[in-house]
Design a binder for this molecule. Structure first.
Ligand code: ADP
Ligand code: ADP
Length: 241
């Protein structure tokens, strides 16, 4: 079964049709690029897949099982993880702690365990996870607020990756993960996506980054005015060989 299957998804905002009967399938280990003009419906589709938004019509299945719309919690329990552009890291905490924390630390989530959990253990586990992902961020004892914007983006992505890997399978939804990144961080993001896919994770990545599309995607779907107008295989190009 596909890791993620969206069937006949439509979403209207009043008179605006953001999505019009879109079908999308992503298999374990597959990376799907999602491209299109601004306003084409890419974010809306990710929001629907992540459980954040309820579509006007359609179905969402994970590993062949239906998942309720409108509940990020239900989607996360089914194995869907979204990395938002606005990151949601805790700036004053170190990298290791941020990797260990859940998605909603500021809403009474795992942050309340901060005093209880062993920080050294968190950092050690974070270091191991980052090494497996081939990500280099410097010491995981550094507070996130001392990192560059690009490094923070890599931390946010690594955090979602750690969670998906812990589950052993799942779907990672990425919204413009390399927007505003320099070449070194872009390279790390590409490598991270490729390694995750190698471990069986299904990835959907909204992007305008052509090198990323060519280097890591297996397929690219094109949205135009809310409709999927193309869904094509891509030839993987090894940029970093
Ligand atoms: P993209 O991510 O491809 O730029 P979006 O999914 O953000 O496209 O938007 C698709 C369409 O839906 C656009 O016409 C946009 O203006 C509209 N839209 C998105 N969110 C809302 C909203 N909350 N209320 C009304 N219209 C919206
Ligand atoms: P929920 O997951 O709570 O059902 P929706 O996905 O329906 O939320 O809506 C997400 C956002 O889009 C909200 O900010 C909501 O106000 C807005 N929205 C939903 N439906 C419409 C609509 N028909 N026209 C304009 N905005 C809408």
């Amino acid at each position: 079964a596909p890791a993620l299957r969206l069937r006949q998804i439509s979403k209207r905002y009043g008179a605006t049709t953001a999505l019009d009967r879109v079908d999308l399938e992503v298999y374990p280990g597959e990376v799907l690029g999602l491209v299109g003009d601004n306003g084409a419906g890419k974010s809306t589709l990710l929001q629907v897949a992540s459980g954040a938004h309820r579509p006007t019509a359609g179905e969402l299945c994970v590993q062949g099982r239906p998942v309720a719309f409108g509940s990020p919690r239900a989607a996360a329990a089914a194995g869907i993880h979204m990395v938002y552009q606005d990151l949601a890291l805790v700036p004053t905490q170190d990298v290791g702690t941020n990797l260990y924390l859940g998605d909603e630390p500021l809403r009474g989530g795992p942050l309340r365990y901060l005093g209880v959990l062993d920080k050294r253990r968190m950092r050690r586990e974070a270091d191991q996870a980052l090494a497996r992902l081939g990500v280099r961020l410097g010491p995981t004892s550094r507070p996130v607020e001392l990192l560059s914007a690009g490094q923070r983006q890599v931390v946010a992505l690594a955090r979602a990756a750690v969670r998906v890997m812990a589950a052993g399978h799942g779907v990672l939804l990425l919204d413009e993960p390399t927007a505003a990144l320099g070449p070194e961080q872009s390279r790390q993001v590409r490598q991270l996506i490729t390694r995750l896919a190698g471990q069986g994770v299904a990835v959907v990545v909204v992007t305008h980054d052509l090198p990323l599309c060519f280097a890591v995607t297996h397929r690219v779907a094109v949205l135009h005015r809310g409709r999927k107008v193309a869904d094509l295989p891509t030839a993987e190009t090894d940029l970093d060989a």
